[in-house]
Design a protein around this ligand. Structure first.
Ligand SMILES: NC(=O)c1ccc[n+]([C@@H]2O[C@H](COP(=O)([O-])OP(=O)(O)OC[C@H]3O[C@@H](n4cnc5c(N)ncnc54)[C@H](OP(=O)(O)O)[C@@H]3O)[C@@H](O)[C@H]2O)c1
Length: 301
């Protein structure tokens, strides 16, 4: 067995174990993550198929829709399978036009978690990510300790289980670790966007799950089409008879053994393609070729 073929299909997320390829539900809302999906039955079919294929980690948010995605998840999947881990995020909400607005004061974080509980129809949320700094306008005016304090209080009350961090620097991760255990870091990262490498290294050092958002380059920056146009990705994809998306996901799995994937899609065919990636093994030659992938930076979303 060579080094690469030892890649595990599951990994810890806090005290839980999940399949490393999960599902990001953001694409199930309407255009620009606002309002209902264009085809609600297609969105329901994606959720059903994800569970059928063994997904047990779904990433969602009260802000997706808002409420639309949580409500779809509950409508289709509740009562939830025992092993399903649902992760949400707080720190931002939507305004009436769909703009992203910061909501990071303790009472706002509490309100968002309570709305998540209602819409997901649960008494306790498995994991809540604190997204630091939403909606532009400079640094978050609410200190990290106050925001984390609100979440640890909710944890003490039994309303959530695990705390994660999103869109954070290495310094914020270090500061947070001094205050509370951190189950995951969810930042923008991918084969063509490696600006967050220092945070990946820090997660490796502390054994924290790293959950990249935009693992396929995101719908906002060309996504899989842009990946397929990269000659290094295209050559490895041709070698394996795989898609560019699968190579990008396989690269992430090979990069860190606690990297958990949440590719987003509103298509059953794409979901199936993304989940098939845990059977794909990249060798040393593939990984060397993929070091040549051109890097772009992620949108500031
Ligand atoms: N913490 C945060 O602030 C934050 C921010 C953004 C996202 N997220 C989370 O991260 C998840 C992933 O991010 P994302 O959905 O924005 O970006 P992504 O996973 O990088 O890319 C999604 C795009 O790729 C397409 N796609 C997916 N699988 C494909 C395949 N096999 N072949 C071709 N196209 C494919 C999707 O279109 P189709 O629908 O046509 O497949 C969609 O346009 C989200 O769902 C969300 O849960 C978190």
């Amino acid at each position: 067995m060579n080094e690469i073929s030892r890649i595990s299909q599951t990994a810890p997320l806090g005290d839980r174990t999940v399949r490393r390829v999960g599902f990001g539900a953001m694409q199930l809302a309407g255009p620009w993550v606002f309002g209902p999906p264009k085809d609600p039955d297609a969105a329901r079919a994606v959720l059903r198929r994800a569970i059928e294929l063994g997904v047990n980690h779904i990433d969602t948010s009260q802000a997706y829709g808002p409420d639309v995605v949580n409500e779809l998840v509950a409508e289709v999947l509740h009562p939830y399978p025992d092993d399903l881990v649902i992760a949400t995020k707080v720190g931002g909400v939507r305004d009436a036009e769909g703009g992203w607005v910061r909501a990071s004061r303790p009472e706002q974080l509490r309100r968002t978690v309570e709305q998540d509980l209602r819409t997901l129809r649960v008494e306790r949320i498995d994991l809540v990510n604190m997204r630091f700094g939403v909606g532009g306008g400079g640094p978050d005016p609410v200190p990290l300790a106050e925001q984390l304090g609100a979440l640890t209080e909710l944890r003490d009350e039994g309303k959530l289980d695990l705390i994660g961090l999103s869109t954070v620097s290495a310094e914020v991760v270090e500061a947070a670790l001094a205050l509370t255990p951190v189950a995951e870091v969810q930042n923008a990262y991918g084969i063509a966007n490696r600006t967050d490498e220092a945070v990946v290294d820090l997660c490796r050092e502390h054994g924290i799950a790293y959950v990249p958002y935009y693992p396929l380059g995101s719908a906002f920056t060309g996504g899989p089409k842009a990946l397929a146009a990269d000659p290094a990705i295209a050559s490895v994809a041709a070698r394996h008879g795989a898609s560019a998306s699968q190579i990008a996901l396989a690269w992430l799995l090979a990069h860190y053994d606690r990297m958990l994937l949440i590719p987003g899609t509103g298509s059953v065919a794409h979901l199936e393609e993304n989940l098939a990636v845990d059977a794909l093994r990249l060798d040393a030659e593939d990984l060397a070729t993929l070091e040549k992938v051109a890097h772009v930076s992620a949108p500031g979303f």
